[in-house]
Design a protein around this ligand. Structure first.
Ligand code: TYD
Length: 405
């Protein structure tokens, strides 16, 4: 029942930055498929998790003020709504969410040992392992009553075998427990043409329609969905072991997904055409900037921009380098196209004319922080929801930018 939707040819591992420009990288075709049975949109032929989430994994969610605030607010809401007496977080990263819960009654699971060490040091019992039924059985030996809250953020979409993942959750959820997780939303990805949500780590981009079916066949019942603005539009999913009444907002989201056609193959065929156009537009506009001698850089060495740069064939001729606040990324080269990554202090200066929003999902935070850049004529370029130039009104007008034939 699997239909191929798009193939991004020869992409490198999205988060594996190179220390030496001469280093060779293995590339593979990223095939996106649609399961007509479950309506799930996934990456097929996945890379083995141990290569994607190594012991020196670089993505640190605490780098963004937006995310720090987001998870604080989320934790407070969950405390208030469910009063959990015990908590388990799957994919705790640097502890951005878990630190709002009592270490004596909270457990972390984090396969990347560099981050597992951080939460362990913060006082949380941390299992430095991948989430699966085997691990859930091991945890159950010490926590036989299970947990009142099992939480995961931007993590469940990384797990290839969802049946095993949800069985493991069911195994450790207390009878009154709630499973709460958030991940990028498929309908928002389609509406924003943000095809760069597809990269190796994102084994799936979820619709609520597909999740309802997949959870249910593993004994978990979805009862609420909260739409979120983070990561380019996400959904927070609420499920429990017993069937309860579904909230009105969840019913509305399911209706929106059906109206948009997320259950039909033709919707994805149209999306694939828009992706092809976005690629041409971005390449052409960067070529025009280049011909006019503009200095173009990228802001945020994201996994998403690995898909964009490699798919669109953007090398250091069109974008000179990338700035990123993550120290572990600085001094390295982006995967595939090998753009140098430098700190903002080193690379985001008055010589920059245009910056590509590699971290477009933090547009608001970044543009607020870099308001001086815009005031002095600096431009931004983004491909979401279509290729366009942003900045102060008097500078944005570029008569030579012709996107439509
Ligand atoms: P994110 O968009 O979460 O990425 P991914 O596609 O990898 O999941 O990552 C944001 C990246 O951008 C991260 O490496 C930190 C960087 N960043 C900056 O350099 N400056 C900023 O102001 C912000 C918000 C992020």
């Amino acid at each position: 029942m699997l239909k191929n939707l798009i193939t991004f040819k020869q992409l490198p591992l999205s988060n594996t930055l190179l220390t030496d420009k001469k280093e060779s990288v293995n590339c593979y075709d990223l095939n996106i498929s649609f399961d007509e049975n479950t309506k799930l949109v996934s990456v097929v032929d996945n890379v083995e998790p141990k290569f994607l989430f190594p012991d020196d994994y670089v993505y640190d969610s605490s780098q963004s003020k937006t995310m720090v605030k987001h998870f604080k607010k989320c934790a407070l809401k969950l405390h208030k709504r469910f009063h959990p007496s015990s908590v388990l977080e799957i994919g705790s990263n640097s502890g951005i969410f878990i630190k709002h819960f009592n270490p004596d009654t909270t457990v972390a699971v984090e396969p990347c040992s560099n981050f597992a060490e951080i939460t362990e040091e913060l006082g949380y019992k941390t299992y430095p392992k991948f989430w699966n039924t085997e691990l859930s059985n091991e945890i159950k030996e010490s926590f036989e009553n299970g947990f009142d809250l099992i939480s995961a953020s931007n993590c469940i979409c990384h797990i290839q075998d969802l049946d095993d993942c949800f069985t493991a959750v069911h195994n450790l959820l207390s009878d009154r427990g709630v499973f709460v997780f958030e991940d990028p939303s498929l309908i928002e990805t389609m509406k924003r043409n943000s095809y760069d949500q597809f990269y190796d780590e994102h084994a799936h981009i979820f619709s609520v329609t597909a999740l309802e079916k997949l959870l249910e066949r593993n004994g978990l019942f979805l009862f609420d969905v909260e739409p979120l603005s983070v990561h380019g539009g996400s959904n927070r999913i609420f499920a429990s072991k017993t069937e309860t009444e579904k909230t009105d907002r969840m019913k509305e989201i399911l209706k929106d997904e059906s109206d948009y056609g997320l259950d039909k193959l033709s919707t994805y065929e149209e999306f694939a055409k828009r992706v092809e156009k976005s690629k041409e537009d971005l390449f052409n506009i960067l070529k025009q900037f280049n011909e006019r001698g503009y200095k173009v850089i990228s802001y945020g060495a994201t996994s998403k921009s690995t898909t964009v740069f490699n798919y669109c064939g953007i090398d250091d001729y069109l974008i000179q380098y990338i700035t990123d606040t993550t120290e572990d990324k600085q001094g390295k080269y982006s995967p595939g196209v090998k753009l140098p990554v430098v700190s903002p202090e080193e690379g985001f200066d008055e010589t920059v004319d245009v910056a590509f929003l590699g971290a477009w999902n933090f547009e608001k935070e970044i543009r607020e922080k870099e308001s001086e850049y815009e005031k002095s004529g600096g431009l931004w370029i983004t491909h979401v929801p279509e290729v366009r130039v942003l900045g102060h009104k008097e500078f944005v007008h570029e008569p030579w930018v012709e996107l439509d034939e």
